[in-house]
Design a protein around this ligand. Structure first.
Ligand code: SAM
Length: 500
């Protein structure tokens, strides 16, 4: 495999004028130009949403778990003014509309959301939100944007502008479904994409790995150390590029191979050798030993084959259109956040991100402007998911056959699939949250909130509990009179304070 050597000249000729590195920052930056592109300042001046508290159950450890019903631009603008959120979000995952010119219906055939913006309108819609999301991110925070092939390319260019080309980390390709039985003369479209950026170079990162299988470990770590029996593999101890310093000089009388330098200075190499970490070949060439027992597993690469969205009748889903695989979201949350961190999804849909965040001990904020999305999320929080077959069975006869996704695969890779998200294996209701609606609220969620209350019972906040307790100590009769006022006061005070 050819490896390039980082350089900024060739035979002494610089391809770029002085001061231009071509790696972001400076005169070589690429800008996306389109009609209607706003100045960042104009976006910062977005009118913040006024929000009404519809329901809440407080819990110190999950504060501020919040689900907002409203337009995410105005809600993000409001969050950008809340010191508990601005600069505090460790991870953003968003799965926005993809510019498909479609209306999406749930499995119950209810309209869930529309995706009608196109071209520059779409791009600016997303850019406005990305700019506000950047303000909400912590300095060591990350953002993942899930898209398909319609807009991913141009959104990447916009994200380079918003977050800086140097903060681009990965373009992840996901296999989203089984092979399709296309009649068009094109290759089957089974992939979508996740763009991963960080706010700065110093970010939370827990490298995800696949556990070793016996077979794979033996193949890759094919040597056993005499004496200890530890399995190891051999890797070069040199790297590309010539150096004039000590790593370019002979070590133990041996020069680095032509065009290379030693990876470590002689002192470090000596120490490694003394620890038995250098393998000497029969003709006296050094190699570095990498031990199997110091490897947590096979590092995950940027093609993800094992997270298809729901594809058979037994997989549990919410029934919301374009709902994402919970295990996919788990990987992202575990890689780019810690327990207790704040995770945000402002295209929340069926609440996949929030449900997984809760189960992984993260706090969260979700936003969606669809009644169907909020209802689905609350149902999922209260009752969990249902096998996909249950939705299919409720359809009219013949409808299930229309989708090849609902049938068995034609061909498939042997990759084991991760379909059991943490919330699927064992459902634990999620009830510690605040539900907010953007003003002017016109009662769109009244029925949904009533249903939610039926599912989980009335909220009991810590404050109400202690108020009720102290009143109870005085007199049960008094409690009956005062309790509604105490509850109303507690609710009012929560609504008045933007967060916390
Ligand atoms: C692709 S779906 C997200 C699905 C989600 N990842 C899941 O697993 O269920 C996109 C969501 O964005 C929401 N949405 C679109 N425009 C919005 C806006 N301006 N404000 C808030 N939500 C919006 C839609 O209602 C829809 O639920």
């Amino acid at each position: 495999m050819a490896t390039g050597i980082p350089k900024n000249n060739w035979n002494g000729i610089k391809p770029l004028p002085n001061g231009c590195t071509g790696t972001g920052g400076g005169k070589t930056d690429v800008h996306v130009v389109y009609e209607g592109k706003k100045d960042e300042q104009e976006i910062f001046e977005t009118k913040p949403a006024q929000c009404r508290l519809l329901w809440s159950k407080r819990c110190e450890t999950t504060e501020p778990n919040r689900l907002y019903f409203g337009d995410n631009l105005a809600v993000l603008a409001a969050l950008a003014k809340a010191p508990q959120v601005r600069g505090q979000v460790r991870l953003v995952y968003i799965d926005p509309p993809y510019a498909t010119r479609s209306v999406f219906q749930s499995r119950k055939q209810t309209d869930a959301y529309v995706d009608l913006l196109e071209g520059a309108h779409y791009l600016e819609f997303l850019r406005e939100r990305l700019i506000l999301l950047r303000e909400l991110l912590a300095d060591d925070g990350s953002i993942y944007v899930h898209l398909d092939d319609k807009m991913a390319f141009i959104v990447k260019a916009v994200m380079d502008e918003v977050f800086g080309r140097a903060n681009f980390r990965n373009w992840i390709t996901r296999k989203k479904c089984n092979p399709k039985n296309y009649t068009r003369n094109v290759y089957g479209n089974v992939s979508d994409f996740i763009l991963f950026y960080t706010k700065t170079a110093d970010y939370v990162w827990h490298r995800p790995v696949d556990a070793w299988t016996e077979q794979r470990a033996c193949k890759e770590y094919s040597y056993a150390e005499p004496g200890t029996g530890r399995r190891f593999k051999k890797v070069p101890v040199h790297a590309p590029g010539v150096r004039n310093g000590e790593t370019g000089k002979p070590w133990r009388g041996k020069n680095p191979p032509p065009g290379k330098h030693w990876q470590y200075p002689p002192k470090t190499l000596d120490a490694m050798d003394a620890r038995g970490e250098i393998f000497w070949s029969s003709n006296g060439n050094p190699r570095r030993k990498i031990y199997l027992d110091s490897s947590a597993g096979v590092p995950i690469q940027d093609i993800w084959l094992d997270f298809r969205d729901a594809h058979n009748q037994n997989i549990k889903i919410s029934g919301y259109p374009t709902e994402k695989n919970s295990s996919l979201i788990s990987r992202i949350i575990e890689a780019s956040s810690d327990r207790g961190d704040l995770v945000l999804d402002c295209f929340a849909g069926s609440g996949t991100t929030m449900a997984v965040a809760s189960h992984l001990g993260r706090r969260w904020i979700g936003v969606d402007n669809s009644v169907e999305a909020i209802q689905t999320t609350l149902r999922r929080f209260a009752k969990g998911l249902e096998p996909m077959g249950d939705f299919v069975n409720k359809e009219e006869p013949g409808e299930a056959e229309a989708s090849i996704e609902a049938t068995l695969p034609l061909f498939d890779t042997p990759t084991p699939l991760r379909v059991e998200g943490p919330d699927i294996a064992q459902h634990t209701p999620i009830t510690a949250l605040g539900l907010f609606a953007q003003e002017p609220y016109q009662g769109e969620l009244d029925a949904v909130v009533d249903q939610w209350k039926d599912w989980i019972g009335p909220p009991v906040s810590v404050r109400e509990k202690s108020a009720a307790y102290s009143v109870k100590r005085n007199s049960k009769k008094l409690l009956a009179k005062r309790s509604p006022r105490i509850v109303a006061k507690a609710t009012r005070s929560l609504a008045a304070v933007p967060l916390r």
